[in-house]
Design a protein around this ligand. Structure first.
Ligand SMILES: *Cc1c(COP(=O)(O)O)cnc(C)c1O
Length: 388
């Protein structure tokens, strides 16, 4: 073997997020056959735990065997047929991706846009729905990882339902970090990914459909274009029948089971509170370092923080030093924000006081000699005050 195990890097970027040791350990459990009764028990338990984190009783809840983007693709390819109208809300990278995927399903995509860094305005969704009859879905991103925007959902869900459209929600950066509440909110099709707030390595995409979505799926006129993501067959594999479709990624399912078990042990509300508190401490630390947040508090995510890079500071130099000297990874900006913002994730197991302190200290120490005036000491006491 040419390479050894890489040393740990503290993952405070837009994903993947840090993995709890018990999750890493579960990945080296003995690989069983994918129809082995012991494995099937773990599979069932993982499915039940997924319902717990989604806060749903949806029978059709399962992890797709691929990353979050496959969750997006599965959500859309199973619902959309050629010619269907899909209203897709676009205010960042992932809304853009959703529009792309929907159009590849043959849908007629109608975009509702907002500036990157701002949430989608329900009035714009209303205007679009008023102007377009027979819209089949409204697609929206709950937590836009490219900008750190938390999208309020209630009004848009209501508008979709008033117009007999399904609401399809991307919760990749919200599930396990902020309330998703699938049933309470009446969300029809919801997908996520394992590598953000669930703190599991990348590789699975939890997906859930309610009865309304299921009946739309069951009344399709065309076969689902994707063989791999066709829920007709996937539900037969994940259901009682255990009909072979593809070999489940056994050890990834162990990891999901372990990661979800940790969430259940912690409790959803406690986990949401923890994300909020550490996010507040991080923002206090940033502001004490003289950095500005991209988004106002009212729609700022606690799992992903977009912070503006000061004029005198070079983005790449700082991130290179963070990785080399402090072994911390944070993300750069995308699209219009390239070079202008950093994206700092406090996701799942990564959302911890000591990680906030470590990053604030490191950033201060790196930026000072580069000409940015700040006091590391003051920034750390601003962080500490948050926890008092
Ligand atoms: C990360 C992310 C995705 C894509 O997930 P992958 O695991 O990278 O495929 C989709 N949507 C959002 C909001 C994300 O943050």
């Amino acid at each position: 073997m040419k390479y050894e195990e890489p040393k740990e890097v503290l993952l405070l970027g837009p994903g993947p997020s840090p993995i709890h040791p018990s999750v890493s350990k579960s990945m080296s459990w003995n690989t069983l056959g994918h129809l082995d009764p012991e494995f099937m028990d773990i599979m069932n338990e993982a499915k039940d735990l997924l319902k717990y984190v989604f806060e749903t009783n949806n029978q059709l809840t399962l992890p797709i065997s691929a990353t979050g983007s496959a969750g997006m693709e599965a959500a859309l390819v199973n619902i959309l047929e050629p010619g269907d109208k899909a209203v897709i809300c676009v205010n960042g990278v992932f809304g853009t991706r959703m529009a792309d995927v929907a159009s590849r399903c043959g849908a007629q995509v109608i975009e509702v846009e907002a500036d990157w860094g701002s949430p989608i305005d329900p009035d714009d969704v209303k205007k679009t729905l008023d102007a377009n009859k027979d819209v089949k879905i409204v697609g929206i991103v709950h937590a836009e990882t490219s900008t750190g925007v938390l999208q309020p959902l209630e009004q848009i869900v209501e508008l979709a339902h008033q117009n007999d459209a399904l609401i399809v929600v991307d919760t990749v950066t919200s599930l396990g970090g902020i309330p998703v509440s699938v049933d309470a909110r009446g969300l029809d099709v919801v997908y996520s990914g394992t590598q953000k707030c669930l703190s599991c390595p990348p590789g699975l995409a939890p997906l859930t459909l309610n009865d309304r979505a299921l009946s739309v799926f069951q009344s399709r006129k065309h076969t689902v274009q994707s063989w791999y993501l066709d829920l007709t067959m996937l539900t037969r594999y994940w259901g009682e029948e255990r009909f072979y479709h593809h070999t489940a990624p056994i050890n990834m399912i162990y990891a999901l089971y372990a990661a979800l078990s940790l969430i259940k042990e912690e409790g959803l509300q406690q986990r949401f509170d923890r994300h909020k508190l550490n996010s507040k401490a991080l923002v206090n630390g940033f502001e004490a370092l003289g950095l500005q947040m991209l988004t106002p508090e009212s729609y700022r995510l606690p799992s992903l923080h977009a912070v503006k890079i000061p004029d005198e500071i070079n983005d790449a130099d700082v991130r290179k030093k963070l990785r080399a000297d402090y072994r911390i990874e944070i993300g750069g900006g995308l699209g219009p924000f390239k070079g202008n913002i950093w994206r700092v994730g406090l996701m799942g197991h990564g959302s911890q006081k000591q990680n906030v302190e470590r990053l604030i200290k490191a950033l201060g120490e790196i930026m000072q000699p580069m000409g940015h005036k700040c006091s590391v000491e003051e920034a750390l006491s601003a962080v500490a005050r948050t926890y008092e």
